[in-house]
Design a protein around this ligand. Structure first.
Ligand code: NAI
Ligand code: MG
Length: 366
């Protein structure tokens, strides 16, 4: 049978950008004989409107069964006053938690045509291609004890940075595996100088490296220096592996090296199933963009590149993933720009659908 994909377009611009991905999935079926069994369902506010919950049990069960989940975006002003337990974001959190998606892949890749968009000088980012692997299911966002307590006559807010050896080991393996398919280089970031969890992190990463991945080049860096280096000389890195908190900050920092939010894909991977495919969720980094929803302005590239990651990491179709990425690169080089990729004086932008059109044409010509 064909590999299966569950599409969850979600809210706001989610359905608009996902519509372009659906066209591209169809193209691969027709032109490359790469057929997928695709089903579409609700998540976030759209699921709340129909079911009263941001992710139904049935949808959750399907997400566990399919080979990959593609998600658009969730949330929007309509849902801002909902109770926390049914907020759209909870749908996404439930997917991440129950699928146990511990390895969050955030590429920061600079397309030459957009190098002027970077917050940095062109020669610092031109040709940049790095991957940040962020641990996503543990660390200070989840550790116990946590809470706000009264201590004497003032309150104290508490969170706990907590990592087990196995949690560190599995995300380290995921980074080393990735590095083998890329530049064969991993830089692990923590703060072993001031944190116990950092000392353990460095220990475990070193041990996994020595025993399982001695062929990959490993270095360690304190995360604060890592932030400096990302801005000073980002091309020194290939794969960066780091914990949940540092990864949150460092990946947003790396994102701005490359320009618009509308360009940034991500993958969240779990443990491999029996067939060797990891549980996987692919989604653009951006949100539901209520300010431009329904206007045909959304850039679909982040969502399209997320599907390219699915081709590579879930379906073992690295060459086809590259074909799609090259098509995106080509249309950008030819000057195709949605509104987020241009200044106010730069002429007329193309629409979401038109960006889909030119990418399909570039695929046809590939
Ligand atoms: P956002 O990412 O939705 O938008 C930030 C800015 O970037 C807006 O000006 C928007 O128009 C622009 N933008 C975002 N994606 C774009 C694209 N593809 N093309 C062109 N422009 C784009 O973040 P914001 O405004 O903070 O949040 C809006 C809603 O999205 C909130 O309800 C938030 O909770 C939710 N959200 C959902 C996420 C998810 O589903 N993973 C992630 C981040 C936010
Ligand atoms: Mg963040």
């Amino acid at each position: 049978s064909n590999p299966s994909i569950l599409i969850l377009p979600g809210d706001g611009i989610g359905p608009e950008v996902m519509a372009q991905v659906t066209r591209i999935i169809d193209w691969f079926g027709e032109k490359r004989d790469l057929k997928f069994d695709v089903e579409t369902d609700l998540v976030g506010g759209a699921a709340y409107d129909k079911h009263g919950v941001p992710l139904s049990d049935e949808t959750m069960a399907r997400a566990m069964e399919v080979d990959a989940v593609l998600l658009g975006a969730v949330g929007g002003p309509k849902y801002d006053d909902l109770d926390f337990s049914v907020k759209p974001e909870r749908g996404l959190l439930r997917l991440r938690k129950e699928m146990d998606l511990f390895s969050n892949l955030r590429p920061a890749q600079c397309f030459d045509a957009l190098a002027d968009f970077s917050s940095l000088k062109k020669d610092i980012v031109s040709g940049l291609d790095i991957m940040i692997v962020r641990e996503l299911t543990s660390g200070v966002y989840f550790g116990e004890p946590r809470g706000i307590h009264k201590e004497g006559n003032e309150r104290v807010g508490i969170n706990t940075q907590r990592y087990t050896e196995s949690e560190i080991a599995r995300v380290a393996r995921s980074a080393f595996e990735l590095a083998r398919k890329r530049g064969n280089k991993v830089c692990s970031m923590e703060k072993a100088n001031v944190m116990e969890s950092g000392i353990l992190w460095r220990d475990v990463v070193t041990e996994i490296h020595e025993t399982e991945y001695p062929d990959v080049e490993l270095s360690h860096m304190y995360a604060d220096n890592g932030a400096m280096q990302l801005v000073r000389a980002p091309k020194q890195f290939d794969v960066i592996v780091t914990d949940n908190l540092f990864g949150d900050v460092l990946s947003d920092c790396a994102a701005m090296l490359t320009g618009s939010l509308g360009m940034l894909p991500s993958a969240s991977l779990g443990l491999p199933n029996a067939d060797g495919r990891p549980k996987a969720l692919y989604e653009p980094v951006h949100g539901s963009a209520p300010d431009i929803t329904g206007q045909g302005k959304a850039n679909p590239i982040a969502c399209i590149l997320s599907f390219a990651m699915a081709l590579r990491y879930s379906f073992d179709q690295g060459d086809e993933a590259t074909r799609l990425e090259k098509a995106v690169e080509k249309v950008l080089a030819d000057g195709a720009r949605t509104a987020d990729l241009m200044g106010p004086e730069d002429g007329t932008p193309i629409s979401t659908t038109q960006m889909g059109d030119v990418i399909l044409e570039a695929l046809d010509a590939s």
